[in-house]
Design a protein. Structure first.
Length: 276
């Protein structure tokens, strides 16, 4: 499938045109909005390629000799009088050529959920220097950022390669993420869940929000707090925060309290329970 056709744009489309087309199609095909997941993956793959100038250039101008040379050169072994001629042309001796620059370096860097949530600038320390990088708001775990010409230099006669920074999100206790949505596990006293209550949620950015726990809320219930999830500007998305209720069963030692609970049980408020 042609990436340009997937996004519905011309081959001379600008980066702004590419981003605009992607946002429109991402909203249409996003699985969380009732779209087709396979179509969403195609749109995302097209955007990932065309939004990166280097990948786009390779996509637009593939090496015309690579596939041809592999097939054509197979008939000329090292003993052939044509090997010296065609080997250099079609790549049989490509591995013998001197590299044009030092190899790229890769470094793994941990970023906090807060840094990803707000977007931030961090310093990456390597064994040969320190570099500032921008962590875009909503960056996915495992994202690779490329710093051109910042790789390690092993051969001083060659220019430096690139430094590839792999980002890994470090989550606070009870927090999780699925694309643009955030999840938070909140312990609630079982009695409070039975009677209903209001709790305070402290977001990753320190802001506090109140959440009503309805009476009779069972264990594992997900309560949605709209538009408090991850914002991903490049995708035009703003997710939700889901609070997952986990019940704490209190220890009842007071006989009067036990008697009260037994009376509630006898009233059969929740119907007859059958345990298997």
């Amino acid at each position: 499938m042609d990436h340009y056709q997937t996004l519905g744009i011309n081959k001379d489309a600008s980066q702004q045109d590419i981003k605009k087309a992607f946002r429109k199609l991402a909203m249409k095909h996003h699985p969380d909005k009732g779209g087709d997941e396979n179509e969403f993956k195609k749109v995302q793959a097209a955007y990932d390629t065309l939004s990166d100038p280097e990948k786009r250039a390779q996509y637009d101008n593939p090496n015309p000799f690579e596939a041809f040379g592999q097939g054509f050169g197979q008939g000329f072994g090292d003993g052939s009088p044509f090997a010296d001629i065609f080997g250099d042309i079609f790549g049989q001796r490509r591995q013998q050529r001197r590299p044009v620059r030092n190899p790229d370096g890769i470094v793994d860097v941990g970023v906090t959920l807060l840094q990803v949530y707000t977007g931030s600038t961090i310093v990456v320390n390597t064994g040969y220097g320190s570099f500032e990088i921008t962590v875009p708001q909503g960056t996915a775990d495992g994202t690779r950022l490329r710093l051109s010409g910042k790789g390690p230099v092993r051969d001083n006669n060659l220019p430096a390669g690139d430094l590839i920074v792999r980002l890994h999100t470090e989550y606070p206790d009870n927090w999780g993420r699925d694309r643009e949505h955030l999840f938070f596990r909140q312990n609630i006293n079982a009695i409070d869940a039975m009677t209903g209550c209001v709790i305070e949620i402290t977001h990753v950015d320190g802001k506090k929000y109140q959440l009503t726990i309805p009476a009779g809320t069972p264990h594992g219930t997900r309560l949605k707090m709209g538009r408090l999830g991850m914002k991903i500007p490049d995708y035009g998305m703003l997710g939700d925060l889901f609070v997952i209720v986990e019940l704490d069963v209190p220890t009842i030692s007071d006989e009067a309290d036990k008697e009260t609970l037994n009376k509630i049980k006898e009233r059969n408020l929740y119907g007859k329970q059958v345990y298997r």
